[in-house]
Design a protein around this ligand. Structure first.
Ligand SMILES: Cc1cc2nc3c(=O)[nH]c(=O)nc-3n(C[C@H](O)[C@H](O)[C@H](O)COP(=O)(O)O)c2cc1C
Length: 182
């Protein structure tokens, strides 16, 4: 399988495709301007985590990963984040299910991207939480932070702006630990 798959019609920043191909974390991108915010790109790690094929993913809203009965209150929080013009980036712990029906806890990061002042894309990243493997969350944060730095560099000379700064968010490790306590 290709290391990243995109909707050919998608309008993405220069270098975006390469970033997806080279990343070691799960990356997705949705078109905020199209009805229901469908995914227009995803990389190999996303297909591996979810078990889905490109044809199931491209053109569909990412909620297909949620259980049949819904993912609970976090769904409304994600919707509010997407609808709030002042919200830039956020992390959510979401119960998801692989294509084979295996439930997993997904730490979803989202950051909005603007073009000419309007929100045009949403970058998504997924981390599959594994019990007893807390160190993986720190490695994930580090890898995602590097990808976001690269994304910032490659958009710095274009009319795209990555709104999320990631640094302002709690570490993935602490979000997972907090969820365990609750
Ligand atoms: C780029 C992007 C990636 C997303 N990734 C996931 C994901 O991995 N798992 C998930 O459950 N929801 C994910 N979502 C959130 C859902 O697509 C959807 O926005 C959420 O369920 C709230 O909307 P709804 O109430 O209309 O379903 C993602 C959204 C975007 C824009």
């Amino acid at each position: 399988m290709k290391s990243a798959v995109f909707d050919k019609a998608a309008n993405l920043p220069e270098g975006f495709r390469k970033l997806f191909e080279n990343s070691n974390v799960s990356l997705t991108v949705a078109d905020y301007k199209r009805p229901d915010c469908p995914l227009v790109g995803a990389n190999r790690v996303f297909f591996e985590i979810s078990g889905y094929e490109p044809a199931d993913v491209i053109g569909h809203n990412c909620r297909f990963l949620q259980p049949e009965g819904g993912a609970g209150p976090v769904t409304a929080r994600m919707r509010r984040f997407l609808e709030d013009p002042a919200a830039k980036d956020a992390k959510f712990l979401v119960p998801n299910v692989t294509r084979d029906g295996e439930p997993f806890l997904n730490l979803v990061y989202m950051s909005k991207l603007t073009r000419e002042g309007e929100i045009a894309l949403v970058l998504g990243s997924q981390f599959r939480v594994r019990a007893g493997r807390e160190e993986l969350a720190e490695l994930y944060d580090r890898a995602l932070r590097e990808d976001l730095k690269r994304l910032n560099l490659l958009t710095s000379e274009s009319n795209w702006i990555v709104l999320g700064s990631f640094e302002a968010l709690a570490s993935s490790h602490s979000i997972i630990a907090q969820a365990r306590i609750e």
